[in-house]
Design a protein around this ligand. Structure first.
Ligand code: ADP
Ligand code: MG
Length: 476
């Protein structure tokens, strides 16, 4: 007697159950139902396209074996995929696909499948029971382009981010990968893009999620058997911003899921924005196929901001907080904390906190006293850039003039003192110093040093100038 499709499928399930972990069985096989058996072709219904892809990717061998065991060598498997459950009152809209494991030549990926997402998606960010119509993008409104200071350190990333924000999914920067060390502004920039998109087009579905949170949500969805809702949610977004993707390292299952979500979004022209602490090529513990996706668009790095940018960041921050610090304090902080922006801000916040507590105005001496703990390397090297800045400020001449060809007396003096101090306070060679100060050669530097030494001995006023500047240098 002919068996029914349900009987055949149940026998298959018996075998499958014995061959895979219980949790996987529950997640991937329990939601499947047998639809029909026509000759040697068994059709099973799966709840989504993603389910189908997942089964084909991870269980195709097992499925083929079990189907052949039940139906003989000609046994074939077909999927009926529920594409859209929300199409009114009628039965769900479905589409049929053969299994690749049938030995068919066709590549599943290249099959055109009409996809529209069930609009009744569940949002993993929302506690069950608290239904919300709009998706909260999970963005911090304080991270904007407006307060993201531009500098050489971030120019490419910032402008690419801006372009993406103006036209999400519509540039070749997809995905946009922003990478760089701790505290250099990855999260700020990534969120600024999200905020800008929401500002331009409020009903774009934007979601910001840290990689860590995503991994946690994935584990939860496995536990609760809601994997399909989880994937549907992310696949329904217009823009996904995933922070710190280096945290995917070693989490293969979650990477697999993200790979599918990524493909879906990318194919539908949706924007993906990623941040990471390393360039894609240096990311360890990530699957090659995911990494190769990450390299598709644009990777832009964030560097440590230079002195000027650091000062600008501090000033912007002070302005935003409605406070004021003396210029020399700001410079002192910016000059000495030069490894990342987060520490820079931290130092300023701690200065403010202490001054409020002690009811004292912050002057340079106090700032130094307070920042002792922040500044690890006190005998740090002084840069020529900084010397040039100090000298020019002292003589009130424009900074770039010392590098020019002008022979005006006060400029020549500033230039010669800068060279002299560079010789005594940095490890730079005569050649490097000459090159820095306007492409001059080493004999010019020797001459400058001699002139300054002579003048220190013969000219009291001049000596006082140099002493003053040296004092300032040592303060830093
Ligand atoms: P990351 O994610 O790279 O570790 P964050 O984005 O959290 O770094 O940045 C650390 C802090 O520095 C944040 O408060 C951020 O606002 C600030 N910041 C970083 N870069 C800039 C910048 N270019 N302009 C203004 N603030 C910045
Ligand atoms: Mg961050």
């Amino acid at each position: 007697m002919e068996k029914t499709c349900t009987e055949v499928w149940n026998s298959c399930l018996q075998i499958i159950k014995d061959n895979i972990p219980n949790q996987s069985f529950k997640t991937w096989f329990e939601p499947i139902s047998a639809l029909k058996l026509e000759g040697k072709v068994l059709t099973i219904q799966v709840p989504s396209l993603f389910f189908y892809e997942w089964l084909e990717e991870h269980y195709v061998g097992l499925l083929r074996k079990t189907v052949k065991k039940q139906l003989g060598d000609e046994g074939r498997l077909e999927y009926n995929i529920v594409v859209d459950k929300s199409s009114g009152t009628g039965s769900p809209y479905t589409t049929n696909m053969p299994s690749n494991g049938n030995g068919a030549e066709a590549k599943t990926q290249s099959m055109p499948i009409p996809v529209s997402i069930n609009k009744d998606i569940k949002n993993p960010f929302i506690i069950p029971g608290l239904k919300k119509l709009n998706v909260d993008p999970q963005l911090n409104p304080n991270y904007t382009f407006d307060n993201y200071i531009e500098g050489d350190c971030n120019r490419l990333a910032r402008s690419a981010g801006y372009a993406v924000a103006a036209k999400p999914g519509g540039t070749s920067f997809n995905p946009l990968m922003i990478y760089g060390g701790v505290g250099l502004g990855k999260t700020h920039l990534a969120q600024a893009i999200g905020n800008e998109i929401k500002r331009n087009v409020p009903d774009k579905l934007v979601i910001y999620v840290s990689c860590e949170k995503f991994c946690q949500q994935f584990v939860d969805s496995l536990k609760n058997n809601t994997i399909n809702d989880f994937v549907n949610f992310y696949q329904a977004m217009d823009v996904i911003i995933m922070d710190d993707v280096h945290n995917f390292a070693g989490k293969e299952k979650t990477q697999d899921i993200f790979f599918h979500i990524f493909n879906h979004l990318h194919q539908s022209g949706k924007q993906v924005i990623l941040t990471s602490d390393k360039a894609p090529k240096d990311l360890a513990g990530l699957e090659e196929r995911l990494l190769s996706r990450f390299k598709w668009g644009l990777s832009a790095d964030l560097q440590v901001p230079d002195l000027e940018t650091r000062v600008a960041i501090l000033k912007k921050k002070m302005y935003a907080d409605g406070i004021e610090l003396p210029g020399e304090v700001v410079e002192y902080v910016a000059h000495n904390i030069d490894n990342n922006v987060r520490e820079l801000e931290g130092a300023m916040v701690s200065l403010l906190a202490q001054s409020t507590l002690n009811k004292k105005d912050i002057d340079l001496a106090l700032a130094k006293q307070m920042l002792k703990n922040f500044i690890k390397n006190t005998s740090k090297e002084i840069s020529m850039e900084y010397i040039q800045k100090l000298v020019c400020e002292y003589f009130e001449v424009p900074v770039d003039m010392v590098k020019s060809q002008t022979r005006k007396r006060e400029i020549v003096q500033a230039r010669q003192i800068s060279m002299y101090l560079s010789k005594s306070h940095t490890k730079s060679s005569l050649k490097t110093i000459g090159a820095f100060f306007g492409g001059r050669d080493h004999s010019t530097v020797i001459y400058a040093c001699q002139t300054v030494e002579d003048l220190i001995e013969t000219d009291k006023k001049f000596k006082a100038y140099v002493n003053d500047i040296q004092k300032k240098l040592k303060m830093s």
